[in-house]
Design a protein around this ligand. Structure first.
Ligand code: SF4
Ligand code: SF4
Length: 342
């Protein structure tokens, strides 16, 4: 599929065409915070940014999501009427999503939709109805390390379209058939536009100088990593606040609860987090991850050993750097993983 060109002064038309059958969202400034919000006009688009504080996983895996409604009814066959939550009514487009966040959705696809028996209808419905238009990072921030975890600032995995900012215009690369359809009205890019995009890609990749090594982790025995002495000290400053899990595009733990009022109620799932003491506490009161050490170890072992082991080598981290930026006690995933690898 040929690369296209989208002039920035034609963005209003492009967005209007998307809005004919989709709700369009993009990172927007809310005072000094960059948040995902509905996009009404092209002038609201922010072009210079490193990443949003929270990942856009909420579009597919909301913090609180209703799964179904139920009501006691003695006349019903089982004494209860159960009603599915309606599917997403309108398609959506996420404009200017960063490549690392799109890659993260591919990792979560493997977890939410593993096979016919494990196929999360809530996740799948939203994924199928959302067009992902990525914006390549031309200027990664110092906490980004995507190139060392199988991703990159111009990575195409998981996207329908990749946009590369060339100044007054964007190179628009169709990745999927859905993406090609969205770009069908645009003119083809010239060879020097594609060459400029390739130069920007190389410069962005070369600017990422810190990262993680995982070569020895992949070959190591699970129990050898699990019993490393480093876990005795890594956890010490952790507050178990959960910030790293809530901002992370690949963290996906949830808890299911029934909210009941009178004879009716609804079943909801809420984000949960492995750093919480309550997360693994059993009905007996026993907790296999009773201490901070066990919980902190779980977070890193899960992303860098258990997920790769179960999902064909795919790492459960895309190197977005959010947890490095936001951890209140400066626990740096790069240092922890490099210690594991060493
Ligand atoms: S953000 Fe930092 S302090 Fe909070 S749970 Fe994560 S590692 Fe611990
Ligand atoms: S572990 Fe940290 S760097 Fe890796 S994807 Fe999650 S928030 Fe981003």
């Amino acid at each position: 599929m040929a690369d296209k060109i989208l002039a920035k002064d034609k963005l209003a038309e492009f967005i209007a065409a998307l809005q004919k059958d989709k709700d369009v969202f993009a990172p927007k400034l809310d005072n000094d915070r960059l948040v995902w919000a509905p996009l009404e006009k092209a002038d609201d688009i922010v072009w210079e940014f490193s990443n949003t504080e929270m990942s856009p996983k909420d579009f597919f895996f909301p913090q609180t999501e209703c799964m179904m409604h139920f009501k006691n009814d003695p006349k019903a066959e089982d004494g209860m009427i159960m009603q599915a939550e309606p599917e997403l009514a309108k398609e959506r487009a996420l404009l200017n999503i960063r490549p690392c966040d799109a890659k993260a959705f591919g990792v979560l696809d493997m977890i939410f939709c593993q096979d016919e028996m494990t196929n999360d209808v809530y996740w799948r419905d939203k994924r199928e109805k959302t067009l992902l238009i990525g914006l390549a990072c031309n200027d990664p921030c110092p906490t980004c390390f995507c190139t060392t975890v199988g991703c990159g600032p111009h990575n195409e995995a998981g996207l329908d379209v990749l946009l590369v900012d060339l100044g007054d215009k964007l190179l628009a690369r169709p990745i999927s058939d859905k993406g090609a359809k969205a770009l069908s009205a645009l003119p083809e890019a010239a060879a020097d536009d594609a060459a400029k995009a390739a130069e920007l890609k190389k410069a962005a990749e070369d600017s990422i100088t810190q990262g993680v090594g995982t070569d020895k982790i992949s070959g190591a025995e699970v129990l050898d990593l699990f019993n490393l002495p480093m876990w005795d000290r890594v956890h010490e400053s952790c507050l178990n606040c959960g910030t790293c899990t809530f901002c992370c595009p690949t963290c996906h733990c949830f808890d299911i609860q029934d909210e009941v009022q009178g004879e009716a109620g609804r079943r909801v799932r809420n984000w949960d987090y492995c750093m919480s003491w309550l997360f693994t506490v059993h009905g007996t009161g026993h907790n296999p991850r009773h201490g901070k050490k066990e919980r902190v170890r779980q977070r890193f072992m899960h992303k860098f050993k258990y997920i790769p082991l179960k999902r064909g080598g795919e790492i459960g981290c895309v190197g977005c750097g959010r947890c490095v930026q936001l951890c209140p006690v400066n626990i740096d995933v790069r240092e922890v993983v490099n210690s594991m690898n060493a």
